[in-house]
Design a protein around this ligand. Structure first.
Ligand code: ZN
Length: 257
């Protein structure tokens, strides 16, 4: 049997073969696999992981408390296919939109990107390309999971909303409830990330997804209306900016690994 896992920064979602998807909070991935292998005859595990992955080995994750982890050393009889969550998401998106030049910008706990160019995932030398959340943007009064103080992720992500809430000692139910300057930084950060990806990768489609986009789909209209102020304009010709139609693109993409 196949087990599919989407290890996000906040939740774990998993699915065994074609059964329904189960969501659990803050579970240890090793104990989860151990538990499921005692109940099912699992031969292969496909994992979308919100962090750094190389050659099917988890290296690190700024938003998850985890160290280098080679799951096959714990489960020698299971075959593992593991990749970064945005690499998984872009595989699923490219299939859905039938595109060979597509970029995904996902905003959930973090803000991350995946890119397929001329039909190939853009991975970089050590599978780290596309870490858009850690591009310098503005100086924040607190640090990012990566240790720096100026990442886009500190202004335009779910964790940014949490960090600004704690810093200002106020609870924001909606993005629009944040003080104007912080709200504007959020919008600008989303625009800055979108425009950077469009200018760098010249995609046919920019697809947006993740928990923050799901709850605030007005962000799509905001990007469409304002992107020409940030992106290199020739790249906007015939570009489609869309919201994901997939319920769980990282999990769907893990199946394609
Ligand atoms: Zn960072």
């Amino acid at each position: 049997m196949n087990l599919y896992i989407d290890r996000g920064a906040t939740n774990i979602r998993y699915q065994i073969e074609d059964s329904s998807i189960v969501t659990i909070k803050e579970s240890n991935i090793i104990s989860l696999i151990r538990e499921l292998t005692t109940q099912y005859n699992i031969k292969r595990v496909y994992i979308s992981f919100a962090g750094e992955v190389r050659d099917n080995i988890i290296i690190s994750a700024p938003n998850i408390d985890i160290e280098k982890l080679d799951l096959s050393s714990y489960f020698p009889n299971i075959q593992f296919k593991i990749d970064n969550d945005l690499n998984c998401a872009i595989l699923a998106e490219a299939k859905y939109w039938n595109s060979r030049d597509i970029v995904a910008l996902y905003i959930g706990t973090g803000i991350g990107a995946g890119a397929i160019s001329s039909g190939n995932i853009v991975r970089g030398f050590s599978n780290l390309a596309g870490e858009i959340g850690h591009i310098p943007f503005k100086k924040a009064p607190f640090s990012c999971g990566c240790g720096k103080y100026n990442c886009i992720e500190l202004f335009a992500s779910g964790s940014a909303v949490k960090k600004w809430s704690e810093y200002l000692n106020k609870d924001f139910k909606r993005l629009e409830d944040m003080p104007k300057e912080i709200y504007n930084n959020f919008l600008e950060g989303v625009l800055y990330a979108s425009a950077t990806l469009i200018t760098l990768f010249n995609p046919q489609i920019l697809v947006l997804g993740g928990g923050v986009i799901e709850k605030n789909s007005f962000l799509i209209d905001y990007i469409v209306e304002n992107i020409d102020r940030y992106a290199y304009n020739p790249n906007l010709k015939d570009l489609k900016i869309v919201q994901t139609k997939l319920k769980d693109a990282p999990l769907e993409g893990a199946k394609l690994l």
